[in-house]
Design a protein around this ligand. Structure first.
Ligand code: PLP
Length: 378
């Protein structure tokens, strides 16, 4: 099956019982049993399994080429649940500029439960090798990163991890399974904030996990059912609906992003642009090798906090908001918003400057977006 077909025909198509072509919303918590333990279709209680959530889980499994999928109430719920599989006393190596929420849960919550972490620049796989300790259990990478769009070589890091018997976990939120499939490159687990491109319409908060084999699937289901951070049936349905158009949306996001990059490159107010599609971007070749597209996220430096604020005040079609990946264009200042939970000195270290503006390019007409950016930067 080709990618766009798979988004529509993957997983469980429609409803066997009625012929409905859209998966019904099974708004239910428990299921009638035919005698004690006599489950009709394997469902007993909706924390353990729900048909609408199951349809979504089968779909994400198929589009990430994995063994099993799992749906959670948020991306952080998904990431935390994956970490729960590692256990106290484990050490994990992570990309240094991971999503702020991931940094927070690792350094402020999971550390109190005995999970140790080291953050390194994973765009150089040697840094991963150097960080491995006796109790290291996993490597967690995000590529490209947020907001500097640094690229990590998934195959190279997976190879390092294998050598040391570690799991490779990839946050694939930014590139999406339409453009990148980490499991095909050697990773063991993929996580998503489905709140972003997969949902695509800024109307649902959700997280997804896909694992590579039966052993991980059993472990993941045990944690999902035990911790209970599951996604409800309504939101599962919204995600299935969103995923059907992921392909056409990603094509448009990227087309618009490329035009905006070309415009920003010529603009004198723009000091630096971060976009993996630019040939001079340090991660360009690796992104090209491991992904089928560069996506719709761009960040650029306008030199100062004052100028960044001015752009945000004047801009019209780009909505000032956290989050990304939806049909509408969004704009933010990472240092003040999405990355505010990262300490100032650490932000500076990472290069998340006060003048950095991040845009999530939507699928509006490009003429309107360019005109808007021109007047806001003037
Ligand atoms: C948003 C985001 C998350 C967290 O997901 P939520 O759905 O907001 O909990 C994790 N990773 C990345 C890359 C994100 O952009």
């Amino acid at each position: 099956m080709k990618p766009k077909t798979k988004l529509i025909h993957g997983g469980i198509f429609g409803d066997e019982a009625t012929g409905a072509v859209s998966t019904p919303i099974y708004q239910v918590s428990t299921y009638k049993q035919d005698g004690v333990g006599g489950l009709r279709q394997g469902y007993e209680y909706s924390r353990t399994g729900n048909p609408t959530r199951h349809a979504l889980e089968e779909l994400i499994k198929d589009i990430e080429n994995g063994h099993a999928g799992f749906a959670f109430g948020s991306g952080m719920g998904a990431i935390s649940s994956v970490m729960m599989m590692l256990g106290a006393g484990s050490h994990i190596v992570l990309t240094d500029d991971v999503y702020g929420g991931t940094y927070r849960v690792i350094t402020k919550v999971l550390n109190t439960l005995g999970l140790e972490a080291t953050f390194v620049d994973t765009s150089n796989p040697d840094n991963v090798t150097a960080a491995v300790k006796e109790n290291t259990k996993a490597v967690f990478i995000e590529t490209p990163t947020n907001p500097l769009l640094k690229v990590t070589d998934i195959a190279a890091v997976s190879a390092v991890a294998k050598e040391h018997g570690l799991l490779t976990i990839v946050d694939n939120t930014f590139t999406t399974p339409y453009f990148q499939n980490p499991l095909d490159l050697g990773a063991d687990i993929v996580v998503h904030s489905a709140t972003k491109y997969l949902g695509g319409h800024s109307d649902v908060v959700a997280g997804l996990v896909v694992v590579k084999n039966a052993k991980l699937a059993e472990k993941m289901h045990f944690v999902q059912n035990s911790v209970g951070a599951i996604l409800g049936p309504q939101d599962s349905w919204l995600l299935i609906r969103g995923i059907k158009t992921l392909g056409i949306r990603m094509e448009e996001h990227e087309k618009n992003a490329k035009e905006i990059v070309a415009f920003l490159e010529k603009h004198e107010a723009v000091k630096k642009i971060h976009y993996p599609g630019i040939p001079s971007h340090p991660g360009h070749d690796i992104a090209k090798k491991q992904s089928r597209g560069f996506g719709g996220m761009i960040s650029f430096d306008v030199g100062s906090a004052e100028k960044a604020v001015q752009v945000l005040e004047k801009i019209h079609y780009f909505t000032l908001a956290e989050s990304l990946g939806a049909v509408e264009s969004l704009i933010s200042i990472p240092a003040k918003m999405t990355h505010a939970s990262i300490p100032v000195d650490r932000r500076q270290e990472l290069g998340i400057t006060d003048g950095l503006v991040r845009i999530s390019v939507g699928i509006e007409d490009i003429e309107d977006l360019l005109e808007d950016l021109a007047q806001a930067l003037a």
